[in-house]
Design a protein around this ligand. Structure first.
Ligand code: M6R
Length: 364
């Protein structure tokens, strides 16, 4: 079943261009230049607040969606991990949209949070990869990802497919709210349609990433930095590395470094910086320089332009295709997944079945 791949995780990483293309097929009409969600009776124009709840990697997809929904639709978004949300007595105005994101659709905390939101008169939208799951059955608005079965415990293709659906949802909400012109919608659709090819181009750097894994494998701690919608990718990169290589890793918003974590910097702590060209590039790079000035060893992930501007003096660089900032979070998922994968392989850990973890967390 793994075909030519050594692990399910590796296979699933490489399936992303197709998985994302398949998922987008259900949510965009490329010829019309329109996003098209099966919203049914749910009138998105009446949504005044969105509450996003999820766990783990799905939570990080939700964090990206918060940036998008607020930017495009100008609708306020709350976000929480399910285990906190369900016990913190959140204030929920009746009629709000509660959005649950889950690969399995069975995560106990997320399901309990969904039921709580229902009891508080929220309208329930779910993004799930298993269309027969409990969450799918309990949704008012079901937005499936079409990633196909994900076997590796570390979530990969489900994540990028979640992002594809969430980008389409953000645009659809923006349109319903009168915040999106025809041209803007066409552009979003065009950028989303570029995602599969860009994912392919990112995967083309697999060998480079494999050959630098030995730089990270001996580390005890690794930091990941990003800004804006790429900040959740820093968190996701750190989670992937922790899960399968058992190296302690943390993701930070790049601008937070000087508020504490920079104290950790020395040459034994590699710092992975995610900095696609775009409006936040300069800011992220200046945080990176602060780290370097303190002896930090940097791995910079950027496009050719970004690497030319800022790649000098890094211990390694990973080149990504130049993409629109909207799809950067999908594309930059690839190098952090591959890096975690190759570091784990270098260390000889069990990639598909890491210790202490289950694919689906159905107990609280
Ligand atoms: O099935 P779900 O998306 O609800 O699962 C949530 C988390 O348990 C999951 O994302 C977990 O963090 C993964 N092992 C991440 O790789």
């Amino acid at each position: 079943e793994k075909g030519n791949y050594a692990h399910y995780m590796q296979k699933e990483i490489f399936e992303q261009p197709i998985a994302v293309a398949q998922t987008l097929q259900s949510y965009v009409r490329p010829f019309e230049g329109e996003v098209a969600l099966p919203t049914g009776d749910l009138d998105l124009a009446t949504v005044g607040r969105v509450t996003i709840v999820a766990c783990g990697t799905s939570f990080y997809a939700g964090m990206v969606a918060k940036y998008w929904i607020e930017q495009f639709a100008r609708v306020p978004v709350d976000i929480d991990v399910a285990s906190e949300f369900r016990y913190r007595q959140p204030v929920l105005e009746p009629g709000g949209l509660a959005l649950f994101i889950s690969q399995s659709g069975e995560t106990a905390d997320t399901l309990a949070a969904l039921r709580h939101a229902r009891s508080e008169q929220q309208r329930i939208a779910v993004v799930v990869n298993v269309p027969t799951s409990s969450m799918a059955r309990e949704a008012d608005l079901l937005l499936p990802t079409y990633a196909g079965p994900e076997i590796g415990v570390a979530s990969t293709k489900a994540f990028t497919c979640q992002l594809a659906v969430l980008a389409a949802l953000s645009a659809n909400l923006a349109r319903a709210k009168g915040r999106l012109s025809r041209e803007e919608e066409q552009e979003i659709v065009q950028h989303l349609q570029e995602a599969p090819a860009a994912l392919n181009a990112a995967l083309g750097h697999d060998d480079d990433i494999a050959s630098m894994a030995h730089l990270i494998a001996p580390a005890r701690d690794v930091l990941y930095l990003g800004r804006g919608p790429d900040y959740p990718l820093a968190l996701e990169g750190a989670l992937k590395l922790k899960e399968i290589s058992y190296i302690h890793a943390e993701g930070y918003a790049a601008g937070e470094m000087k508020h504490g974590p920079i104290a950790l910097i020395d040459e034994a702590v590699p710092v992975i910086v995610l900095a696609p060209s775009g409006p936040l590039f300069e800011k992220t790079v200046s945080n990176m320089q602060e780290v370097r000035a303190r002896g930090g060893k940097i791995v910079l992930i950027s496009d050719a332009k970004g690497l030319e501007d800022a790649g000098e003096g890094c211990i390694a660089t990973i080149e990504m295709p130049e993409v629109h900032p909207l799809i950067a979070p999908l594309v930059y998922a690839v190098p952090v997944q591959l890096l975690a994968y190759h570091v784990a392989v270098t260390k000889g850990t069990d990639v598909d079945q890491p210790r202490n973890l289950a694919k689906s967390v159905t107990v609280e």
